[in-house]
Design a protein around this ligand. Structure first.
Ligand code: SF4
Ligand code: SF4
Length: 438
């Protein structure tokens, strides 16, 4: 089995982002592979521990991907403050594999920003780093690639659990474990009226823990008081955002001046989308279609805007409406140049934590290396970009941990899904439920 087949068979997807199937990326030809260990999302510590605990696998995965893509160089990107991570990685470096120590800014881990920081290359508008000869893979994904080569499927996730929870920590959790169980195993909430935030304060979302499970892309779960400033921002509904924007936006353009995509030379201008919303006029086509250039990092609304308005929200709505109508971003051939002030407008992480009102939760949580022993899991057949997998098990089947339960539909982009515990299949719909004691 070659690397692409092994990775496909193990169900590896991008662990730090939206879950793009990894086998569909590593067949590309590039000259540089970046291992993304920047972990820029505030409060998350999962990748730092993967670097510490699985440094050999990260480097092995990186070497395999470099070989497969023909890349001449590999760069492992971590924060310069991650001294323990650097110590774990340095003995493993080689002539063609180096370590890049990044300043502690947000969003250092955005794949386009990382590409620019590591290589000076600007990803074209509406494009991906592959177009400039760079493949970016999260460190957890690389460690999973190394395990895939040994025939091990993706069945667990390293998750940071924090906020108003009794025992914050970093845990190894079987995929499909209910988030309600995660909260209860970590001792429960310290407060009664809380909201649950999945995957971090900048790009995460509020969830109902009783309805959601740990997936291949889950990195963090945080409980916040319902009246925490960040929680109130997440709870604000679209009509309120529109009303506030019309009454308050002063067109100061701070949102644009700090937008990381604008600063790397893209035409995205968040203050312009506010103008479209506020003046209620016929929208300019370019401003609306530039929605596709927004990576939804949240710098404009959660950091830059003095009035807590949300250009990101409007870009997200326009992007969704355009996509539903089958409209895609029309790429233009042009030369890019980063803004001269880019270097001075990086968002410092400590300042960001204070600004969004979660600095009190920025503790170094305890790492628990032992895999959780849960009684049941509900494994989604779709936790990746592409088509949902087709179940290959039925109710009553006995399965082993690591056994295939969902396969990629023929001819489609997707990812295989495997049992994360041994047990009996008790339900199959959009998820496969496995119970240990039935
Ligand atoms: S920073 Fe806020 S007030 Fe200023 S232009 Fe942007 S949305 Fe409007
Ligand atoms: S969320 Fe805001 S700051 Fe981030 S890319 Fe989109 S417009 Fe720019």
């Amino acid at each position: 089995m070659n690397l692409v087949e092994a990775v496909q068979s193990a169900g590896v997807v991008g662990a730090g982002g939206a879950g793009f199937p990894t086998h569909a990326k590593i067949g590309a030809s590039v000259d540089c592979v970046l291992a993304n260990g920047a972990e820029c999302e505030p409060l998350l510590h999962s990748d730092q521990f993967i670097i510490l605990e699985r440094a050999n696998e990260v480097v092995d995965g990186l070497k395999s991907v470099m070989q497969n893509t023909g890349a001449k160089t590999g760069v492992i990107c971590i924060k310069e403050k991650n001294l323990a991570g650097a110590k774990a990685l340095e003995p493993l470096l080689q002539k063609n594999i180096s370590l890049l120590k990044l300043k502690d800014f947000y969003p250092a881990g955005d794949e386009q920003i990382l590409t620019y920081e590591a290589t000076g290359r600007i990803t074209p508008e509406g494009g991906i780093p592959l177009e400039v000869g760079v493949l970016v893979q999260n460190v957890a994904t690389l460690a999973n690639i190394a395990r895939a080569e040994k025939g091990e499927a993706v069945t667990t996730k390293t998750v940071t659990v924090g906020g108003e929870i009794k025992n914050p920590g970093i845990h190894q959790i079987p995929i499909g474990t209910s988030l309600a169980d995660v909260i209860s195993v970590c001792g429960g909430s310290l407060i009664e009226d809380y909201v649950a935030l999945l995957n971090g304060p900048m790009m995460g979302r509020l969830v109902d823990p009783s309805n959601e499970v740990v997936t291949k892309t889950t990195s963090g779960l945080f409980l916040l008081p319902r009246d925490n400033p960040l929680a109130t921002r997440f709870l604000r509904q679209l009509p309120a955002d529109i009303r506030l924007s019309r009454g308050a936006c002063e067109q100061c353009r701070y949102c644009t001046d700090f937008c990381p995509r604008y600063l790397q030379g893209h035409s995205l201008k968040p203050h312009m989308i506010m103008r479209v919303m506020n003046e209620q006029r016929e929208p300019e086509v370019a401003t609306v279609t530039d929605s596709f250039l927004c990576c939804e990092c949240g710098v404009c609304d959660l950091f830059a805007c003095p009035l807590a308005l949300s250009p990101r929200r409007f870009f997200r709505e326009f992007k969704s409406t355009l996509s539903k109508r089958g409209i895609r971003y029309a790429k233009k051939a042009k030369a890019y140049e980063a803004d001269v002030y880019r270097e001075f407008r990086r968002v410092p992480k400590d300042k960001l934590l204070r600004r969004i009102g979660v600095s009190q939760y920025n503790v170094a949580p305890e790492f628990h290396g032992k895999l959780w022993d849960v009684d049941s899991v509900e494994i989604p057949l779709s936790m990746h970009i592409g088509s949902a997998s087709e179940a290959v098990v039925s109710v009553g089947d006995k399965v082993k941990r690591g056994q295939l339960v969902g396969k990629i539909p023929d001819g489609k982009l997707g990812a295989s899904v495997h049992a994360s515990i041994a047990g009996t299949v008790t339900k199959v719909n959009v998820r496969v439920r496995i119970e240990r004691r039935s």
